[in-house]
Design a protein around this ligand. Structure first.
Ligand SMILES: [Cu+2]
Length: 264
C-alpha cells in the first residue's frame, strides 16, 4: 500500500504523547487482587507488595541504550517485592494496566525467572529470564488509519480493558519465580534508541502441579542479554505497510502453555 507523504510527520506527532501505563493490579483465578507498585505515592505504599518497586515506572521507559544494563530487568532502579502471589501451574493471572495509549503499538512479552531462594531477596543481575508468552504484530487490519501499522499486541491489550492474561505454564516445576511482564512501544522505533520498553516485575510462588511431569525452567538469559539496540524487532519502522515482525528476545520456553487473549 502506498502511503501519503504526510506519513513522515507521524512519528514526530506521536512522540508528544504523554500518557503511558503501569500495572495497577493482578487478579488470581479465585479473585484475589494484588496491588502493583504506584510510583506516584512511594511514601504511602504498603510494604508487603508482590510488585517490584522501580523509579517512576509508567511515566518513563527503558530505552535501547539501557538494554545492556540491569535497568531493563524490572525497570529503573528496581528492588524486589516483599511477598508473592501463591499460584499453581495452569493458573491464569489477569494483569491489569491502568491505561495504554493507542499510538504506542508494539509487542507484549512475559518472562519467568527462578529464584534460588525467596524472590524477595533475589538479585536482578543474576535472574535468568525464560520467555513464556509473546504476541507481536497480528495483521494489517487498520493499517490505513492512524496511527497506522495494523493490529498489534497492544491493540489486543487495549481491547481487553488494558489487561493481559498470563498463564502459569502447566508443566512448571514448583518454586519461587519472578514474573516479568513487558510492553515494548515502537512508535518511534525507526530511530536508533527510539523503542520504549516498559518492563514490570512481580513475585510468584508456584505450588506443585497435579498434571504430568514437572519441568525445570532452564535456558534463561540475564536481563542485559535479552535485547540489543539493533535487534530486528527493536530498530524497526512500523509506520508503513507492515507485513511481518520479529519479536525480540529469546524464543518461548518449549513447555510454555499456549494461551490466547480474549479478543486475539
Ligand atoms: Cu509515550
Amino acid at each position: 500500500m502506498r502511503l501519503p507523504a504526510t506519513t513522515l510527520l507521524i512519528p514526530f506527532l506521536l512522540r508528544t504523547a504523554s500518557a503511558h501505563g503501569r500495572i495497577t493490579n493482578v487478579t488470581t483465578p479465585t479473585g484475589t487482587i494484588y496491588q502493583g507498585w504506584d510510583p506516584a505515592h512511594p511514601q504511602t505504599q504498603p510494604q508487603d507488595l508482590i510488585a517490584w518497586r522501580a523509579a517512576n515506572l509508567g511515566n518513563i521507559f527503558v530505552p535501547p541504550s539501557q538494554f545492556n544494563t540491569s535497568h531493563i530487568t524490572c525497570h529503573f532502579n528496581a528492588t524486589p517485592g516483599a511477598v508473592y502471589i501463591p499460584t499453581v501451574p495452569g493458573d491464569v493471572l489477569k494483569v491489569q494496566w491502568n491505561e495504554w495509549p493507542a499510538s504506542h503499538k508494539g509487542p507484549v512479552l512475559t518472562y519467568l525467572a527462578a529464584c534460588p531462594g525467596s524472590c524477595a531477596k533475589s538479585d536482578k543481575e543474576t535472574l535468568a529470564w525464560v520467555k513464556i508468552d509473546e504476541v507481536g504484530w497480528l495483521n494489517s487490519s487498520g493499517a490505513d488509519v492512524l496511527p497506522l501499522g495494523g493490529t498489534w499486541a497492544t491493540d489486543v491489550l487495549r481491547a481487553n480493558g488494558a489487561s493481559w492474561m498470563v498463564k502459569v505454564p502447566e508443566a512448571l516445576e514448583e518454586g519461587s519465580y519472578v514474573l516479568r511482564h513487558e510492553i515494548i512501544a515502537l512508535h518511534v522505533a525507526e530511530e536508533v534508541d527510539g523503542a520504549q520498553a516498559y518492563p514490570q516485575c512481580m513475585n510468584l510462588k508456584v505450588a506443585k502441579g497435579t498434571g504430568g511431569e514437572a519441568k525445570k525452567l532452564e535456558g534463561g538469559v540475564v536481563g542485559e542479554k535479552l535485547y540489543g539496540i539493533r535487534d530486528k524487532g527493536v530498530l524497526v519502522n512500523i509506520h508503513g505497510n507492515v507485513t511481518e515482525y520479529e519479536i525480540p528476545g529469546p524464543k518461548v520456553w518449549e513447555y510454555a502453555t499456549e494461551f490466547k487473549q480474549p479478543s486475539e
